[in-house]
Design a protein. Sequence first.
Length: 133
Amino acid sequence: LYYHDLLNKPTASQIRNLVHNIGIYNEAKHLEKQLQPIGVAMDSLQSDTATIADAREQWCAILLNTDNVLELQKAKIMKKFNQAMTPKHYLANMLHPIYCGRNLSPGTYRDCSGVCIRGKSRAPTRTVSSPDR
């Protein structure tokens, strides 16, 4: 019994079977677990004090999630990460008083040199296959 079965005036027993369906409950719990790190990142980035340095840290927190609940979506998340991150994000991370670029690779420092010297953002010379941590 699925929710679309309930569209045609369900009986009390059909509703009871749907409510007590352990498969639906387990799927909902699994989806909740997958959305947890994204919800934490969204809460953090909606703060009045959030910066683009924080955005990079939150992306990496999602990608490096130790629970592996997002393992099946990791390729899609990585693609969005590569689309979203610019040298300005990395530069902000380097200059941030807490992050200080501590988890950035040497190649990332090179890619950001154009932002520091010319004040212009240039396209990344490579795509990132994993966050710099």
